[in-house]
Design a protein around this ligand. Structure first.
Ligand code: ACO
Length: 328
């Protein structure tokens, strides 16, 4: 029996209006625009205001993706959302998005894979459309990372931003297709990038708040090394699975964590600069939202006309890595 082929039918993204520049950060911690720019490529990032949570950004991105796909809220039967910064531990942020949109017929749940969450969510949604009763899925990567940043820690607070990206997935009978997806997890390295408190291992207490254990803790140099290795391996594996090589990629959209990481991966894979999509300078690292925001910007900028082959790759806490080859 032939498998149902699945494609991306539309993309959308949303970022909060408020922008925090490197210059603003120099008034908050001991840093400089020059340090941040040369070490990370980041110039500014969007910050959600205090009344905005992850589900608000997600719902706004979904409406744009639905519009691009020419579909309405009533057409959605599945919502899968990747995030490391849910509105709350439960219910899922996807359930809150379902309620906000009024998508009463949609099954909704979250996927937890940190920065790789969006591509993990695509894999789950694709599988459910292939095998289940679902037809139109909305897949979201949405984050309010700035809520779990220690604003006194200059080594991490300069890196992150808020935003959301979404795609509509559905069956296809044209050339558009998700050609391959590759997922990988190494839980032995989880201690290098995590938020220690707030779960069952270390519930919230006065002490955990005082010790700032509800913030991102990261071994930057170690994460950097592993990010390059994992992302290169993941992208090569997805290409191999699709029966393609790097030369077949028209556009490469890596997780926008750090310009130097993206340059190192592209160099190892021999992907020329002009094929690499970069927007980390304007968003910082938006974790699970980074790939779908970049994908939506690339589509809207006319860089992905019909028939374009795009490579997506992400890496994050877990460690997790994920990649996909997509024909748009
Ligand atoms: N401003 C000025 N100086 C700083 C800052 C800052 N914001 N942050 C650190 N420094 C200083 C350090 O204190 C250190 O000073 P010292 O030499 O006197 O001790 C010096 O700069 C060098 O610090 P390193 O940590 O070695 O700097 P490095 O070149 O490794 O860059 C960075 C740090 C940008 C965090 C880098 O390691 C990195 O990008 N790592 C990957 C991080 C990442 O991408 N994480 C997320 C991936 S997964 C996900 O998306 C969740």
């Amino acid at each position: 029996m032939n498998k149902t082929r699945i494609c991306i039918r539309g993309t959308g993204s949303f970022a909060p209006e408020k922008i925090l520049s490197n210059e603003d950060l120099t008034r908050m911690v001991d840093t400089t625009d020059e340090w941040i720019t040369t070490r990370t490529g980041i110039r500014e990032r969007h910050i959600a205001d205090k009344d905005t949570a992850t589900s608000d950004l997600a719902a706004a991105a979904v409406l744009r993706a639905l519009e691009a796909a020419g579909l309405g809220v009533a057409d959605i039967d599945l919502i899968v959302l990747g995030t490391a910064t849910p509105d709350m531990l439960f219910p899922s942020t996807a359930a809150l998005v379902q309620a906000k949109l009024g998508a009463a017929g949609a099954v909704a749940f979250d996927v937890s894979a940190a920065c790789s969450g969006f591509i993990y969510a695509i894999a789950v949604a694709r599988g459910l459309i292939e095998t289940g009763p679902y037809r139109n899925a909305v897949v979201i990567g949405a984050e309010t990372l700035t809520r779990i940043v220690d604003w006194d820690d200059r080594t991490t607070c300069v890196l992150f931003g808020d935003g959301a990206g979404a795609v509509v997935l559905g069956p296809t009978d044209d050339e558009r297709e998700i050609c391959s997806i590759e997922l990988c997890t190494d839980g032995t390295l989880s201690h290098l990038l995590h938020m220690p408190a707030g779960g069952s291992r270390m519930p919230a207490s006065e002490e955990t708040v005082k010790k700032r254990l509800h913030c991102i803790h990261m071994e930057g140099r170690e994460v950097f090394k592993h990010a390059v290795k994992f992302m290169t391996r993941a992208m090569n594996a997805a290409l191999e699975q699709a029966g393609m090589s790097t030369d077949d990629l028209d556009l490469f959209i890596p997780h926008q964590a750090n310009l130097r990481i993206m340059e190192a991966v592209s160099k190892r894979m021999k992907i020329p600069e002009e094929k690499v999509f970069i927007n980390v300078d304007r968003y910082g690292n938006t974790s699970a939202a980074s790939v779908p925001i970049a994908l939506d910007e690339a589509v809207r900028a006319g860089r992905c006309p019909r028939g374009t082959t795009v490579g997506l790759v992400a890496f994050g806490g877990g460690f997790t890595s994920a990649s996909a080859v997509v024909k748009l």
